[in-house]
Design a protein around this ligand. Structure first.
Ligand code: SAM
Length: 255
């Protein structure tokens, strides 16, 4: 059966310059509906990987991995920037390899605050023959400010980040820094979208994980106040994921 996405909803997301459609299913409570929109071979690879029993606790849940893969497969970004490496990096890299077979090139840069977890993700990528699709770099957290608040976030600025990127960022997955009190303060993800905006392509989708948490909800509210930022859809599966879009001012049509 064809894996064409269901386009029943009113169009409101620009998928590419030729096609307008909603990402129907991302915000669905019915995972089966979403699963059947993703090509079966990619879905089985991701499910096979995420259900192997070694992904627990902090890792992206299998259902969320399917949702993330679905978005990437639909949006076909060229450069993904991820915050918080792990299972999600594997899901993204599996999708990038799938897209490559469809003739589309996609690279992932993943930041991790802990050397141990960055190294573990690199090992898992190599083991799965996915190393060419993703670079994982260890960037320790440091104290900084965002929206007038003091936070702990990745100690890297846009200029340094550009050195690791192969292209401007058109998709960001935000699952870090970890917000456990000893690792990063709650609210530590607040500075991530402003950082992404400084390395973004003319349009960049972003996904914030754990968005059922009240902290993430207030982060989304603050991000919505930024010029060019729109929060588009929310998924309530697992710990919740929210999808947004940033459009650079120069890409906005002149009134
Ligand atoms: C929410 S986790 C990121 C999870 C990742 N996206 C995944 O799907 O596996 C954020 C950060 O927590 C750290 N971390 C991962 N597993 C951990 C664990 N079991 N205990 C403490 N910190 C952990 C890593 O440094 C990671 O970058």
């Amino acid at each position: 059966m064809s894996a064409r996405p269901h386009l029943a909803k009113a169009p409101h997301i620009s998928v590419d310059t030729h096609q307008q459609s909603s990402l129907h299913g991302f915000d669905s409570k019915d995972l089966q509906q979403l699963e059947h929109q993703l090509p079966a071979s990619l879905r089985l690879q991701i499910q096979g990987y995420t259900k192997r029993g070694r992904v627990r606790g902090w890792a992206l849940a299998p259902t969320s991995a399917i949702q993330l893969a679905y978005l990437v497969w639909r949006l076909k970004p060229r450069q993904i920037l991820e915050f918080g490496s792990g299972t999600s990096t594997l899901a993204l890299a599996l999708t990038a390899r799938f897209l490559e077979r469809e003739g589309h090139s996609c690279h992932i840069l993943s930041l991790d605050q802990e050397w141990k977890y960055a190294d573990r993700t690199r090992f898992r990528l190599t083991e799965a023959n996915l190393a060419p699709y993703a670079d994982v770099i260890h960037i320790p957290l440091q104290s900084q400010e965002a929206f007038g608040q003091s936070i702990f976030s990745y100690g890297i600025d846009a200029k340094q980040l550009r050195q690791y990127l192969q292209a401007p960022v058109d998709f960001a997955f935000i699952d870090g820094p970890a917000s456990a009190p000893l690792l990063g303060r709650p609210g530590s993800r607040l500075g991530i979208l402003p950082l992404c905006m400084n390395v973004a392509a003319t349009s960049m989708h972003f996904v914030l994980d754990d968005s059922k948490r009240s902290k993430e909800q207030s982060i989304l509210k603050m991000w919505s106040s930024l010029q060019g930022v729109e929060v588009l859809e929310h998924s309530k599966l697992d710990r919740g994921m929210s999808l947004g879009l940033y459009t650079a001012p120069s890409a906005n049509p002149v009134d």
